[in-house]
Design a protein around this ligand. Structure first.
Ligand SMILES: [Fe+2]
Length: 246
């Protein structure tokens, strides 16, 4: 008798990067799309999701509007009995105004953590100093998809890690959705144990399918092992949700 042991035994995730909140950015345009994406995440095995709408020049919706749509979406989730818990945050493009934006209730931190995005083409001057200024205000920085900023060198990544910046990579990078450079870099970051979180950065309900997601997961597990995958896809973000010290 042949006993088949599944390669992947765990099947629950927390998504820490998503563009599901409707009508805020280039993600879900309306509540029906939000619900469709949430159904997809449930199908893939996600039990919690942090909504991280962009806050950038082109999309700068304040917290009052975000909270109102978040409330409406949560009501819909309850009504449809979707087994997924929502949280609200922001993906914030770096600017010298971040402290003012927090003070004026424009952007949302998550348990004291800021999901920080960098520009894709141009290097930010004095990045480390800007991050340090945020940390002086007790803001902990999670750099989103570091593998996508091609101007960052291996030395830059090390400096950011030394500054206690946490890295969140995208699931799609491992299969080349963002190009070969990001694919190569995400492998480097995973191999060097630089990654604290992995997220979907989902914008549309057809962005992933079950087969493709399984392929992504097995490729990540091949690099870091199942236990570390469980940490970056679930345990680490669960600690933040429960306000546990890191
Ligand atoms: Fe994003």
């Amino acid at each position: 008798m042949v006993i088949i042991i599944p390669l992947i035994s765990t099947n629950k995730y927390i998504d820490c990067h998503s563009h599901i909140l409707y009508g805020i950015d280039d993600g879900a345009p309306d509540i029906e799309h939000s619900v469709a994406i949430l159904k997809k995440l449930v199908e893939l095995g996600f039990e919690e999701v942090i909504l991280t709408p962009h806050y950038i020049n082109a999309f700068h919706v304040n917290n009052r509007v975000k909270r109102e749509r978040y409330r409406i979406l949560q009501e819909r989730v309850i009504r449809e009995q979707l087994p997924i818990q929502l949280h609200l945050a922001n993906e914030v493009r770096i600017t010298s105004d971040i402290l003012r934006l927090i003070k004026e209730d424009e952007i949302t931190l998550f348990s004291g953590y800021l999901f920080l995005e960098l520009p894709f083409s141009a290097r930010i001057h004095h990045l480390e100093r800007k991050i340090y200024e945020l940390q002086l205000e007790n803001i902990k920085v999670i750099l989103v998809h570091p593998e996508r900023y091609h101007y960052l060198t291996k030395d830059d990544y090390q400096k950011l890690i030394d500054l206690d910046v946490m890295f969140q990579v995208n699931y799609g990078s491992i299969i080349g959705i963002y190009g070969s450079k990001s694919k190569k870099m995400v492998k480097y970051l995973l191999k060097n144990n630089f990654v604290s979180f992995i997220g979907t950065d989902i914008h549309r309900s057809d962005q992933f399918n079950v087969k493709q997601f399984a392929k992504i997961k097995s490729r990540v597990i091949k690099i870091i092992g199942e236990e570390k995958f469980q940490d970056i896809s679930y345990n680490n973000m669960k600690k933040i949700i429960h306000h546990e010290t890191w």
